[in-house]
Each structure stands twice: as C-alpha cells, then as structure tokens.
Ligand binder design. Structure first.
Ligand SMILES: Cc1cc2nc3c(=O)[nH]c(=O)nc-3n(C[C@H](O)[C@H](O)[C@H](O)COP(=O)(O)OP(=O)(O)OC[C@H]3O[C@@H](n4cnc5c(N)ncnc54)[C@H](O)[C@@H]3O)c2cc1C
Length: 531
C-alpha cells in the first residue's frame, strides 16, 4: 500500500478526490488528524485526510516529545487528563517499542527548595496510582552526583525519580498515518481547505486548493472532522466566539557531548518557578520549554525569540553551571504553538502555564472540531471525535480498545544491532520489509553521528510523500535538527542518494536547497538579535 505514496501518486489521485462522497474528511495532518483517520479507517469508513503543508508540519513535530501523564497536571488538579495520559503512555510503550521508549526522569532537591522530597514523593504516589503501577524512587546526593556529573551542588539533598516516555513526534504521526493508509484511508499533503461548504444549515464538504499546482476542488463528505490545531478557529463560522489562546513553547538542541545527561532532568526555573526539562533525545540534549502568548501570524512557523533563548540558557546555567553552555553550543532550535482553549479573554487572561491542556469539541451539524489536547492522548481524543461524528452519521461507534499499530513481524535484518532493529521497527512498523530491502542495497550506515540510516532517507523519498526537502530533513528524519547547521555538510551526499529517488532535476534540487536553507535559518537557527 505504501509503495506508491509519492508525488506521482499524489498527482494522479488529486483530480479523482471529487468523484466520491466520503464518509469522513479529516482536515489537518498532525497527530490529532492522524489519530482520527486511523481509528475511522479501521472501522471501514471511507476516509480522506487533507493537510495544507506537510504531515506533522504544525505543533506535532515541534512538541517536547514526551509521552507522559504530566506531573504538573496533577498539581493543577487535571485528573482526567493525567489519568488518560498515563494509560495511553503505557499503551504506546507496549505497542510501539522503538518509537516510544521509557525515559527515567529526575527532579533534584536542594535545601530549602520547593517541592521537597516529601511533597514530590506524595505527588509521585498519586501519579503511580493513576497509572496503576509503582514507578518512582529517591536517590541521595551521592547517587545523584554519580548519575548526573556536573549537576548543581550547592545544598543538594538528592533527587526524586520516576519513569515517563519519549518519542519522535513527527515519526509517531507518520506511523499512525501509515496504519490508516493500510486500512484504506487516502492521506494527502499540500492541500489546504479554504472553506467549509454548507447546505441547508449543515456542513457537507470543503473547498480545497492544491498548494503545489493551485487547482481548486470541491469535495463532499457525510461528516467532517477539523483537527487543525492552533488554526482550529479559522474554519469555524464567523460568528463563533474566539476561544483559542495560542501559546508558544521553544526548545534548544545541544550536542550530547556538551551537556551529557543519561536521563531527563526537571526543575523549576529560578526566574518564574516554571518546570523546565533537560533530556537526552536522539543522541543530543534538549532544553525546553518556554510558555508565552504567541502573537505572531500563524501562517508562519513559530520561532524562538532572543528572550526565550536567554531563558533556556539560564536554565542550563542554573542546573548545570559547570557545563557553561552558551549560544555557540546550540545545534538548532524549534518552537511550537499550543492550541490551548483559553479560560478567559483580554485582560482577564491568567499566566499561560495556568491554562488547562484539556481538549474540547466544538460541534455544528455535519462537523466536529477538536481543539486543544496533547500528543500523548491522541487516541482517546480521536475516539471522542468519532463518537460525535457517528451520532451525526446515525452509526454506532464503540471503543473496542484495539491496538493503534499492527504488530511488527520478527524480520531479521543482517548488519543491524538489536537496538537499531528496535528503532527501525518502532518507526516504520509494517513497512519494515520494504526498508530491509533498501538496507540490503545501501547497508546499515548512519548519517554522521546520528542514529538515522541512509536507508531511511531513501525509503522516505520513495514511499513517504515528500513534497519538499524540508519534509525529508525536518520531519521524515530529524537530520535538520540533529546535524550541525541543518546538515549543510551532508547535502551533497543526500543529493546523490535522494535526487534521483525524488525525480527532481538539478534546477529543482537547487531551488529546494535554497528554500530549505532560508527556512532552517528562520525557524531552527538562533533568533535575530534586535537592539
Ligand atoms: C512547545 C510544546 C510542547 C509540547 N509538548 C508535548 C509533550 O511533550 N507531550 C504531549 O503529549 N503533548 C505536547 N504538546 C502538545 C501537542 O504537541 C499538541 O497537542 C499536538 O501536537 C497537537 O496536534 P494537532 O494535530 O492537534 O495540531 P498540529 O500538529 O498543529 O496539526 C494541525 C495541522 O493542521 C494543518 N492545517 C491547518 N489549517 C489547515 C487547513 N485549512 N487545511 C488543511 N490543513 C490545515 C496544519 O498545517 C497542521 O499540520 C506540546 C505542545 C507544544 C506547543
């Protein structure tokens, strides 16, 4: 099924989309849209997913990449969110090893600091109770020094530890989409929904524009699900009250050797007492995140500001003073916009971090919009959306709890270590046999010091709907974040492997590299210093 998921397939299928009335059109190719189309396709619904740019282009490639209950949500009394999240965390750990992996978290304690070990221990007991398993402990100062050389010493009492999970968010979206496609869904990027079509007071379809060719089409569907994240209000009726509060969170990526951490560290930032994280990811170290009102145009990718850079560097200095992390150490940055449903408007708005991360559904006849939510809870969110859609369709709908992901066959691949196999199986699932063939051809070499195999790049070009170079380097793989200067030094070798597979001529390759470089500098480089 995935064999022909490429630009040629897209060109052929686009004009045919208007030939049928779909059971469900899903708008938005982030984790929410992916989850909805996956669960609907599994039930035999005839589904189409439309993404305006690229899959996971929005927040779903720019999150903190944690599959977690979220301790801070307990502290804020958001029980339902925490309970659902820890359950889904366990489900994803069981279903997608290699893509969702356990990660040990550590919160160091200092004399006179809050929360102290007791309060934290109590909080973690509640967290464990919601998850149904004991998963926390305490390390004294000596053990902590051993586990985290370079950690701030002054007044160190020890650290509370617990277990959550990490993922590659963009690959999680891709794996869910591959599952949906295997069950017959049509999933397409570069197609923007310009407006919803209404007939007799009911939403009955969409007007779309092909972002690559400019063609406009009208598509009909029995019901629609809008999963456009921070853009959710754009397709609502003009008279609907504005409720979304876009909040930006930014991250720094440092080379692993500059700030080596074996587990995730969480601590309260001295400036505002917000929890921040320093954690290992894909061989590098992530520092995040910020939380502030995002007032820029949502049509441009969010990017880090100088103030956020300063805040995150200060966090490194606070917790790991000996490492002396500075601007020159930053490999790349990314920022995402949280589609948070605000509790108030205007001057009544409180601190961004106090806004709930719970999702809500907005409904009008023929259309369900999902707003807010988390990466971790994409499955229950999707089920809720589809239950509402099913009522509109007059169909029954039950959550049978079936796995999101098909089991991966135990396929031995010569030359791969056990951990490489696990990583590939987690990221590619049912496409593993196809990838194995490419590995036979290209060998198990990785790109630079990253874990990404050259064969993964080749596979993405052949079968993962690449429209632009940034799709390949920022979302199908994360090389653009992990390699210095966005992977500039590797572009010639990437060209040799990928240009023929993408069927791009030289002119197209040059245009794509130009586009990629300027996009990378703007969205993933250091902020422009404005005086
Ligand atoms: C900084 C930050 C850190 C986070 N960390 C975590 C975390 O660690 N764990 C966690 O569980 N959650 C986390 N979250 C929350 C999580 O990332 C989001 O809830 C989730 O990614 C939202 O997914 P989505 O699919 O709803 O939105 P998006 O991923 O933004 O997807 C919406 C898509 O809709 C498309 N679209 C918009 N308009 C149209 C249109 N008219 N036509 C077609 N397509 C359209 C966009 O291009 C976009 O791709 C974090 C969020 C942020 C901002």
């Amino acid at each position: 099924m995935t064999a022909h998921w490429n630009a040629q397939w897209r060109e052929q299928i686009l004009p045919t989309l208007a030939d049928e009335t779909w059971d469900l059109i899903v708008i938005g190719g982030g984790i929410s849209g992916a989850g909805i189309v996956r669960e609907a396709a599994r039930r035999g619904w005839r589904c189409l997913l439309l993404e305006q740019r690229d899959f996971a282009w929005g927040t779903s490639s720019r999150s903190s990449k944690m599959v977690h209950g979220g301790l801070r949500y307990i502290a804020k009394g958001q029980w339902r969110l925490t309970r659902d999240s820890v359950r889904e965390r366990q489900r994803l750990l069981d279903e997608a090893p290699g893509l969702v992996e356990p990660m040990s978290f550590m919160m160091p304690h200092y004399r006179g600091g809050f929360p102290g070990p007791r309060v934290m221990g109590g909080l973690l007991s509640v967290y464990d109770a919601l998850a149904g398993r004991r998963n926390h402990g305490f390390h004294d100062a000596q053990q902590l020094r051993f586990l985290a050389p370079g950690v701030k010493e002054n007044g160190l009492l020890g650290g509370s530890c617990f277990v959550d999970a990490l993922t590659d968010d963009a690959r999680l979206v891709m794996r869910v989409l591959h599952e949906a496609r295997a069950d017959g869904a049509v999933v397409i990027n570069g197609v923007r929904v310009k407006q919803l079509l209404r007939e007799g007071g009911r939403v009955c379809g969409v007007q779309v524009e092909d972002g690559e060719g400019g063609t406009t089409l009208q598509l009909r569907s029995a019901v629609l699900a809008v999963a456009t994240g921070a853009w959710a209000e754009r397709l609502r009726p003009a008279e609907a009250a504005k409720q979304l509060r876009p909040l930006r969170g930014s991250h720094l990526l440092l080379p692993g050797w500059r700030l080596p951490v074996a587990q995730a560290f969480t601590f309260l930032h001295a400036r505002d007492r917000r929890p921040v994280f320093v954690f290992p990811w894909e061989g590098a170290t992530v520092v995040g995140t910020t939380d502030l009102d995002h007032r820029e145009d949502l049509d441009h990718s969010a990017r880090i500001s100088s103030a956020e850079l300063d805040y995150l560097l200060a966090a490194c200095q606070q917790q790991f003073p000996g490492a002396e992390i500075g601007v020159d150490d930053v490999l790349s940055t990314w920022s995402g916009v949280r589609p948070v449903v605000g509790s108030a408007t205007g001057a009544q708005q409180g601190e961004p971090s106090n806004e709930t991360r719970e999702h809500v559904l907005w409904q009008e006849p023929g259309c369900v919009t999902l707003a807010g939510g988390k990466l971790t809870t994409f499955r229950p969110q999707a089920i809720e959306v589809l239950k509402a859609c099913a009522v509109m369709l007059g169909r029954s709908f039950v959550d049978d709890g079936a796995p999101v992901f098909a089991a991966v066959p135990p396929l031995p691949i010569p030359g791969l270590s056990a951990s490489q196999w696990r990583r590939l199986a987690g990221r590619h699932g049912r496409d593993l046999p196809r990838l194995a063939k490419l590995l036979g051809e290209l060998g198990p070499e990785t790109v630079g010091a990253t874990d990404t195999l050259w064969a993964e790049l080749a596979f993405a070009c052949e079968a993962e709907m690449i429209l632009h170079l940034d799709d390949l380097l920022l979302r199908r793989t994360r090389l653009g974040l992990l390699l210095p200067r966005g992977g500039e030094d590797y572009l010639p070798a990437i060209r040799t492997l990928c240009q023929p597979r993408l069927a791009w001529d030289d002119e197209r390759w040059h245009a794509e590299t130009q586009r990629y470089r300027s996009l990378w500098l703007r969205d993933h480089g250091l902020p422009q210093i404005t005086s």
